[in-house]
Structure formats: structure tokens, C-alpha cells
Design a protein around this ligand. Structure first.
Ligand SMILES: Cc1cc2nc3c(=O)[nH]c(=O)nc-3n(C[C@H](O)[C@H](O)[C@H](O)COP(=O)(O)OP(=O)(O)OC[C@H]3O[C@@H](n4cnc5c(N)ncnc54)[C@H](O)[C@@H]3O)c2cc1C
Length: 408
């Protein structure tokens, strides 16, 4: 097990500086344009693919870094550049993790490369769990997958919503109900291969922030996929379902709300994205406060401004420490006995919202305009307290974990 460390090693520092260069030179200058266009920034993703940032190799290298700091370091730098563009770059990785975590070796080898495409023909992937009536309450999913034994095919029907890259993805990963009696234990994940008939994009959402990231409904109308598209395979699913039925018969384990568990491992990564956005806004505000003069002196000469910056930086550093701790615990298989993953996401996302709002205040009228980036950063930051489990759900997870009580 790697020791917990608060310092990146030399190799990680090198990667961080390389990512920072890409974020500063390629992502940040493109941010305002793609925010206004509200479209996937394909040229930036292509550029990221060319240099090796948009690739399975890069993502896997960070994901399996034994110190646990690879992913948080990478997320912080890319999202420091711009949250919408960065989400377009890492969104595929989030879908790929679903396959890495649950898929067989053959499924991993077949589908993950198709999620990324190649440098000359870049593709993206989508992870589709949320539905119009199943957001926080993931256990109430309605999308149904039924096995057609004669053809060894699954038939999937339902409507997914809020899917990042939904409808424009080459490969979609869809969570569906295979046994409605079992709540979230009766769910399974399926690969929907490229160009499968019956899958269509529904409404594309016009959003408050992260507007360079495509978010849409995905409609599944009698989508047929081969048996090999069930992640983990049928045998494993049947065993899992049999165990869950047995437990349900014994009246044992309460069927948990899946939102409490599904995203636990990816929560520190979202916390790291929030740290990146918060740090970006703080840096703009610090520079501005040192150069903007009122009453014949820089505004940072006023404690009222300087103390805000002191609080902003303190909270950002505290958020990063929680994120790094949770990431280290996750990669080293330490159980989150105090819901440390949720803690890191809760604190970092609330920090990003607060810090970006303070940055607008410090920039005054300029902060409120699109001439300066903090207005965009504040709009972007609002997503962190919503996706991958809202702040309220994180508090629920933490409180339940600490108390062992079924707090509602
Ligand atoms: C831009 C964007 C991208 C997204 N990307 C994806 C994606 O790629 N794939 C995917 O599957 N999903 C994605 N999501 C969905 C996201 O995870 C959900 O929006 C989120 O889980 C919240 O669900 P909801 O929007 O239905 O809100 P609801 O669950 O309806 O919640 C509404 C409010 O009620 C509160 N609330 C609900 N239950 C409780 C409770 N028990 N106690 C206290 N408060 C409660 C919530 O905290 C929230 O404030 C994305 C969402 C957005 C906005």
C-alpha cells in the first residue's frame, strides 16, 4: 500500500506541469467561445487526443496510480483551464470507468477503445443512469432490459436524461432494471454499440454552466443488443440476482437507495474538478485585487478584501486535502467508514460555489460581465453540488454512515 503523501512525486509533478500547460495554452483561451456556442469543443478534444491527454492510456495511468493522486491532480489542472471543455475531455473516462469496474476483460478490450476512437477520428462515450423520475433516487429507475433467450439478446426500453455526451457518443453505457422486485440490486449495465437501431437523442439541454459539455436525453426504443453487451456477463448477473433474492426472502438486508453507493468511488474525482474551478477563480481574484486601485490604493489593502482571499485559499486547500485523502483511500482499498468520498465531494463542491461567488464580488462590476472569466466559473461551479449526487445526498450518506441510522 502506498503511504499517504501530501506531495506529488517528481513524475507526477512533470505530468501536472504538462497538463497545466495544455490547460493554460489550449483550454483556457477557448473557454469563452465554446461557452457561448454551447457545443462540444471537438477541435480541443482532437488537440487533447493528439498530445495524448484524451486517451485510454493516459486515463488508465492516472486511474491506477498507486498514490491515488493521479486522477485528482489531472482533474484539478484540466478543470482549472475550463470546466465545460474539461468535462468534454474527461466525460468519456467516466463512462470507461463503468466498464473497467464491471466489465469482463474482453468487454474492456472491445469497447473502451471504441469509446475514444483514435487521433484521426475522435469519439466520445456516455454513461446513462439518471431518468426523468429517477435522479437522486436511483433505485426507482424504470428503463427495462428483458432477456430474449432464443436470440441471446437483451431488449431495452426507456428514457434516460441528463446524459453527458448522450446521443453524440459512439458507445453508450446504460443502466437498466433486470429485476424490478429487487430495487437497485436488480439493476445491470449494458453497452449500446455504435449505430444501434432504436437509440436516439432526445432533448439537448440549454444549461446555466458547463455549456461546452453536451447534456441530453437518450431515448431507448426496443433497442436490441447481443448478450455479450451485458457488463460482467449473464452468469455473474444470475449469481448476483440469486443472492439478492435470497437476502430479500430472508427479509435481511434493506435494499439501499443506489444513489448512496453507485458513485462513491468517483466522488473524489468530482471534488477535484471543483477544486480546479475554485482555484482558477481565486487566482483571477487575487491578481485583480492586487492591481485594481480605489481610494488611491490596491483594493487588497483593505482587510475586507484580503480576508476574503485568505478564506478562499484556506477552503481550497482544505478541499484538496479531503479529496486527496479520499482518493488515496479508494485506490488502497480502505473502506470509507466515515463516507470520506462523499465528504470530499460535499466540501469541495460547496467551496467552489462560494469561492467563485466571492471572486465575482472582488472583481466588482467587471466580475459580473463575460469580459472576465469568473462569471463563467461561477455558473460552472453550480454543477458540482448537483451531479454525481447532490450536496443533500452527500450529507445523507455521511450522516447515515456515521450514525448507522436510517436518516431520511
Ligand atoms: C449537467 C449535468 C450532467 C449530468 N451528467 C450525467 C450523466 O452523464 N449521467 C447520468 O446518469 N446522470 C447525469 N446527471 C444527472 C445528475 O446526476 C442528477 O441531476 C442528480 O443526481 C440529481 O438528480 P435530479 O436532477 O433528478 O434531482 P432530484 O433528485 O429531483 O433532487 C431535487 C432536489 O431535491 C433534493 N433531494 C432529493 N432527495 C432528497 C433527500 N432524500 N433528502 C434531501 N434532499 C433530497 C436534492 O438534493 C435536490 O436539491 C447530470 C446532471 C447534470 C445537470
Amino acid at each position: 500500500m502506498a503511504e499517504f503523501t501530501m506531495e506529488l512525486n517528481d513524475e507526477q509533478k512533470e505530468v501536472r506541469d504538462w497538463l497545466h500547460g495544455f490547460a493554460a495554452d489550449v483550454i483556457r483561451p477557448a473557454a469563452a467561445e465554446w461557452d457561448e456556442r454551447e457545443e462540444t469543443p471537438w477541435p480541443v478534444i482532437q488537440e487533447a487526443a493528439k498530445v495524448g491527454i484524451y486517451s485510454l492510456d493516459f486515463y488508465a495511468q492516472q486511474y491506477f496510480d498507486p498514490t491515488g493522486l493521479g486522477i485528482p491532480m489531472a482533474m484539478e489542472e484540466l478543470f482549472w483551464g475550463d470546466a465545460g471543455i474539461a468535462l468534454s475531455i474527461v466525460g468519456t473516462g467516466l463512462a470507461a470507468v463503468g466498464v473497467l469496474a464491471n466489465g469482463t476483460e474482453e468487454q474492456i478490450g472491445t469497447w473502451i477503445p471504441q469509446m475514444y476512437g483514435d487521433q484521426n477520428d475522435v469519439k466520445v462515450a456516455a454513461f446513462c443512469s439518471s431518468e426523468p423520475d429517477a435522479g437522486s433516487d436511483v433505485a426507482s429507475l424504470r428503463t427495462r432490459a428483458v432477456y430474449d433467450e432464443a436470440k441471446d439478446e437483451w431488449v431495452i426500453n426507456g428514457t434516460k436524461t441528463w446524459a453527458t455526451n448522450g446521443g453524440i457518443a459512439n458507445v453508450h453505457v446504460v443502466v437498466a432494471v433486470v429485476d424490478p422486485e429487487l430495487g437497485s440490486k436488480g439493476h445491470a449495465s449494458f453497452i449500446i454499440p455504435p449505430n444501434t437501431p432504436g437509440l436516439a437523442q432526445g432533448q439537448k439541454f440549454k444549461k446555466h454552466g458547463i455549456r461546452a459539455s453536451h447534456t441530453a436525453e437518450v431515448i431507448l426504443d426496443n433497442v436490441r443488443v447481443p448478450g455479450s453487451c451485458l457488463l460482467g456477463g449473464k452468469e455473474k448477473l444470475d449469481e448476483r440476482l440469486a443472492r439478492a433474492r435470497e437476502k430479500a426472502r430472508q427479509g435481511g438486508e434493506r435494499v439501499k437507495n443506489a444513489a448512496m453507493a453507485t458513485f462513491e468511488a468517483s466522488r473524489p474525482a468530482v471534488g477535484a474538478m471543483a477544486v480546479g474551478t475554485a482555484r482558477a477563480a481565486y487566482e483571477v481574484a487575487l491578481d485583480y485585487a492586487k492591481t485594481r486601485e480605489q481610494f488611491g490604493r490596491p483594493i487588497i489593502d483593505n482587510q475586507g478584501v484580503a480576508f476574503q482571499l485568505a478564506d478562499m485559499r484556506t477552503q481550497i486547500d482544505a478541499a484538496r486535502l479531503l479529496v486527496w485523502r479520499a482518493s488515496w483511500m479508494a485506490i488502497n482499498g480502505r473502506p470509507f467508514t466515515a463516507a470520506e468520498g462523499s465528504m470530499s465531494k460535499l466540501f469541495a463542491s460547496e467551496t467552489a460555489k462560494k469561492v467563485t461567488a466571492q471572486a465575482i464580488q472582488i472583481l466588482g462590476g467587471n466580475g459580473y460581465t463575460r469580459e472576465y472569466p469568473v462569471e463563467r466559473m461561477h455558473r460552472d461551479a453550480a454543477i458540482y453540488t448537483i451531479f454525481e449526487g447532490t450536496s443533500e445526498i452527500q450529507r445523507l450518506v455521511i450522516a447515515r454512515t456515521l450514525s448507522g441510522m436510517p436518516i431520511r
